[in-house]
Design a protein. Sequence first.
Length: 86
Amino acid sequence: MSSEVRQYIIKDASKKSEIFSAQLLKLPIKKKILKSRTANQDNGAYWKLYDKTNIHEDGDQLKAVTGICLVLGVFSVIGLYSSLLN
């Protein structure tokens, strides 16, 4: 091996050692989340699209899903109609 190539290898090795000599950061410890004892876990077992028992439910999720289904249905009908014209 020539001395010129050896010098490049030594320089490259010194650069790598500088990269791996980084210091670790001490991040703050996350605080424990306190769970409420009065929370009812049975109602949260599954997700409903429209829950009539919830007083804050306004039906916006149901309207969004209905709109998406309607748009996909219209696109399907238009696609079928255009393919039948050819």
